[in-house]
Design a protein around this ligand. Structure first.
Ligand code: XIL
Length: 384
């Protein structure tokens, strides 16, 4: 018998900006198709028009003459947020509200800040960011539950059996993810767990628990919030094919063993010496896993030699624009269901974590004016 499969899919964002995917697939036999197809077509139009009108929030501070990233981007566009600036700096606050549909806590949700002592939690800053995101119709991406660089001395000094270390990790993840259940859309569950040669990084968690800490972390996060989208976040995909392959193979292997991983984050702390081909290849190869992908910490340094006497040139700004355009274009071609978007690691060149030498890696200048790379990002959107 001949079957006709009609898939009607649409995507809409809810009030927090979180991407919801609803797929309706209806299989009908040929003999019913003549009268069912027109009915299905009518239903799909009705569903998709009600989704558009009701679920995508208006940007509250947009005038007709400006076209901010959050309105122009075909995927969520975010920034890592500095907790002090988002409370105090007016230019910073206005830029974030106008431009971004997603935010990541640059530091406020790391273990070092959330858990100053065993079984003690400090929620003030993380709560502030989650409330800020909700008030401004933004998605919040949680960063990060397990990272070798983000625990305090109480963890380093903790002495316990393997089972006690597992309990410690489970309790921490359960407490944090449960607190923000249904509000934080996604989490970087583990961050930077592989070395450049593709072998496991010898972190405190690896040394105390063994490689199973990775599966334990994902399973625990999933149990605490089954709807949260869970990422393994890593750097290096654009400069090392070996590492990229190791990252993608590791995820596939974990998933084949039933570990609940939804996506891969590509940090993309990069610079203008890196070729556009390598950047685009990193995005495309990672997308071939079929998982959700997030360019999660993007910045493109112009001072690629880390020179203390570096002087910014127009040529370097043009190259930076071109790289931003390539990344934005590559992400614009990723299927919507797999696309968690781009997050820049900071807002303006004044806020970047790259402070040891002069640098200008972000989309806004020190006065929060858009740079030419901002136009490059917008140009990249229109490849679609
Ligand atoms: C950095 C922050 O930007 C700094 O303010 C902090 O001192 C150290 O961490 N990869 C990551 C991020 O996953 O969490 C790091 O953020 C940058 C590298």
């Amino acid at each position: 018998m001949i079957f006709i499969s009609r898939g009607i899919s649409y995507f809409c964002r809810n009030a927090t900006g979180k991407l919801n995917m609803k797929i309706y697939t209806i299989t009908i036999s040929m003999k019913y198709s003549t009268f069912l197809i027109p009915i299905l077509f009518f239903v799909s139009l009705t569903i998709s028009s009600s989704c558009k009108g009701g679920d995508i929030p208006e940007n509250p501070i947009v005038t007709d003459s400006v076209k901010p990233l959050r309105d122009m981007s075909p995927f969520p566009f975010g920034a890592a947020i500095n907790i002090t600036k988002i409370k105090t700096n007016t230019a910073y606050i206005n830029t974030v509200k106008r431009e971004f549909s997603s935010i990541t806590a640059e530091n406020a949700m790391k273990m070092v800040n959330l858990s100053p002592a065993k079984d003690q939690y400090s929620w003030t800053d993380a709560d502030y960011l989650v409330n800020f995101a909700e008030e401004n119709h933004m998605r919040i991406h949680g960063h990060c539950l397990v990272w070798h660089n983000s625990h305090t001395s109480w963890v380093s000094n903790y002495s316990g059996t393997k089972e006690e270390w597992k309990t410690l990790l489970k309790n921490y993840i359960t407490t944090v993810v449960s607190r923000y259940k249904g509000r934080v859309a996604s989490w970087d569950v583990v961050n930077e767990i592989l070395l450049d040669d593709g072998t496991p990084r010898q972190t405190i968690w690896y040394n105390k628990i063994g490689w199973e800490y990775v599966a334990l972390a994902f399973q625990t996060a999933h149990e605490a919030d089954p709807n949260a989208v869970l990422f393994y976040n890593e750097y290096g995909q654009e400069y090392s094919k070996t590492k990229m392959k190791a990252i993608n193979d590791t995820v596939k292997s974990l998933i084949s063993r039933g570990v609940p991983i939804n996506g891969i984050g590509l940090q993309m702390h990069t610079n203008i010496n890196q070729s556009a081909t390598n950047m685009v290849d990193a995005i495309q190869q990672t997308a071939l896993t079929g998982l959700i992908i997030h360019v999660s910490e993007l910045d493109i340094a112009v001072n690629r030699d880390k020179n203390s006497a570096y002087v910014l040139s127009t040529a370097d700004l043009e190259t930076q624009k071109s790289r931003y355009r390539s990344i934005s274009a590559a992400m614009s071609l990723i299927p919507e269901a797999q696309n968690w978007g781009i997050t820049t690691w900071g807002v303006s060149d004044n806020d970047s974590w790259l402070t040891s030498n002069p640098d200008y890696p972000l989309l806004f200048d020190k006065n929060y004016e858009p740079k030419i790379c901002y136009d490059g990002v917008q140009e990249g959107f229109s490849v679609k």
